[in-house]
Design a protein around this ligand. Structure first.
Ligand code: 5GP
Length: 121
């Protein structure tokens, strides 16, 4: 898999507002927040999309959710609630091909989280 901007953030080649780091994962604020609180939780292992998650990655993906919940509790928005989602490929709205959990909070989030556009062809 080719490197993405997130590899550069992991390697500290470009700056990010880091909220959490351990051997497996990194959490940092999204550069273009879509809610009052919006950060990303990524594995240090580069996995391009949800479709590329292997059986040996199952615990790692679970760990990303644990990191999200840990930060939510630390920052005090766990009880109010939040959304933790991954986009997959073009229709899912994925733009960076290194899996990442979006964690959005700080307001009541609408559902469904998209403006529907019909696919043609
Ligand atoms: P996707 O569209 O792939 O689901 O989400 C990619 C997210 O990464 C977007 O919300 C975008 O704002 C964020 N992002 C892209 N480049 C950077 C960057 O260089 N730094 C940070 N902190 N976030 C980024």
């Amino acid at each position: 898999m080719s490197d993405t901007i997130f590899s550069k953030i992991i390697n500290k080649e470009i700056p990010a507002e880091i909220l959490y780091e351990d051997d497996l994962a990194l959490a940092f604020k999204d550069i273009n927040p879509q809610a009052p609180i919006h950060f990303l939780v990524i594995p240090k292992k580069p996995i391009a999309t949800i479709n590329d998650i292997q059986v040996e990655d199952k615990a790692l993906v679970g760990h990303l959710y644990w990191v999200a919940a840990t930060i939510a509790k630390e920052q005090g928005f766990a009880e109010d609630g939040y959304r933790a989602v991954m986009n997959c490929n073009e229709d899912g709205g994925q733009t960076v091909y290194h899996i990442h959990l979006h964690v959005l909070a700080g307001k009541a989030l609408g559902w469904p989280p998209y403006q529907a556009t019909l696919k043609t062809g």
